[in-house]
Design a binder for this molecule. Sequence first.
Ligand code: FAD
Length: 517
Amino acid sequence: LKGFIILLFLSCLATRFNFCLSNLSNIPFTLKTLPFKGNLSFDEISLNKVSKDFGNRYQYYPMAVLNPKSVSDISTTIKHIWQMGHSSYLTVAARGHGHSLQGQSQTHGGIVINMESLMLPEMQIHVGNSSYVDVSGGELWINILHETLRYGLAPRSWTDYLHLTVGGTLSNAGVSGQAFKHGPQISNVQQLEIVTGTGDVLNCSKEQNEELFHSVLGGLGQFGIITRARILLEPAPTMVKWIRVLYSDFAAFTRDQERLISEENAFDYIEGFVIINRTGLLNNWRSSFNPQDPVQASHFNSDGKTLFCLELAKYFNFEQIDIVNQEVERHLSQLNYIPSTLFLTEVTYVDFLDRVHVSEVKLRSKGLWDVPHPWLNLFIPQSKIHSFAENVFGNILTQTSNGPVLIYPVNKSKWDNRSSVVTPNEDIFYLVAFLTSAVPSSNGTDGLEHILSQNKRILEYCERENLGVKQYLPHYNTQEEWRVHFGNKWEAFKQRKFDYDPFTILAPGQRIFQKTI
Ligand code: FAD
């Protein structure tokens, strides 16, 4: 009997193994028979392209790349995998512009959906009391800017860099200097069209399929693929006054930042960054910022110091210039920056919003864009920002020559707590972003290992001191870490996964849930 049971067990195993193997070898064939408007690629070049991301550290090869031309291409693919049920090992990763940092838009052996190829009817702009634009989830923000400007309108909330897709930033939050006023990008969306993990195509908003709507925003791609989004618009200015002032006193810097974010009409954009131990600072801290070296500032000796730069912008149209000048002067006169460090320039609205692209072009020309990017982004409660700064700036982090370190506060009241994103539990919290680039194969302080160990020390410090910090663009290796990250939102997050993607097909690169086979 024992022998029989063992035989039975082995034969079951073999059947299951064969079943999986035959499924595996059949999959490309069955996929190819699906009625796509777009196409599937299996070639080396296509697979290679989507197995990389901006972080330049993780590489997973998919089995195929789907270039959808319609929403039904996406829904057909997912439905096909869903119908194979537990027998399929396949996962699906929507890829926006692939600007993730740790393989979040990749899948090992699954299907990558190249969202940029999704063709919807052209962007639809609605002009009215509450203007909006309907766009494809694979649309780049830079294209939305150019298109909406033709109507004198533009989205209200941005990221610092616009060559990212709508689906990619809405899956995280989309935070920049406008967030204090309008909230992150996920607070500026009215409606979404989603293909869920069962292949269903659903519209959702605060009024319709509300749970799905909130799940997907900041949902790290876990609950569905965003195929269309309705983005709120505001009248666009033509010009921007772009201002930078320096502080050596952190308390004065944050006091001014916090006062400014409490006044909605003072400025349209508020950010800041840290400068540590940069010799010859005045020759290089304002890349893409003109005038390059105002006479006043050349008297300021910055060598070896830790400084904090407040960055502000005020939008205007030419006819308002006198009033805007007076207002800006009045607001600046109330700030406590180092008087000789006022840098002011005027640029077009497009040049301001697309400013990081200027740096991209420069870095690309020097071969410094496609290097490893061990970025670390944190949300820090207001009550802990001073201890954080004291322990990290100039201590764990001894220089900022490997890339900018951003620091600015936002108002929690502008974030919807029903979304999937997690933020600290205080009215104001800071985004601190260590946007470092590593020099390939360097063993020095600009090398990957050194920067990673610095990030680790920062995270360990936050944990040891129980600062209540949350990672933005989070990355963890175990589900236990994810559970801690989501805190009291974890059970709801798990339930939402079960409801909208029960076979855990979607966004495996986030490594939150294992595919159930
Ligand atoms: P991808 O990297 O392609 O995808 C990211 C995740 O979203 C993946 O899990 C993917 O599966 C999922 N996804 C992609 N498309 C969809 C979709 N249509 N539906 C559902 N899920 C989808 N972030 C900020 O908030 N503020 C900034 O100022 C900012 N600046 C940045 C500057 C640079 C230079 C870079 C490289 C990144 C910056 N980011 C910023 C981070 C950026 O917002 C995220 O990395 C974002 O995910 C990138 O968008 P993407 O289109 O490249 O997405």
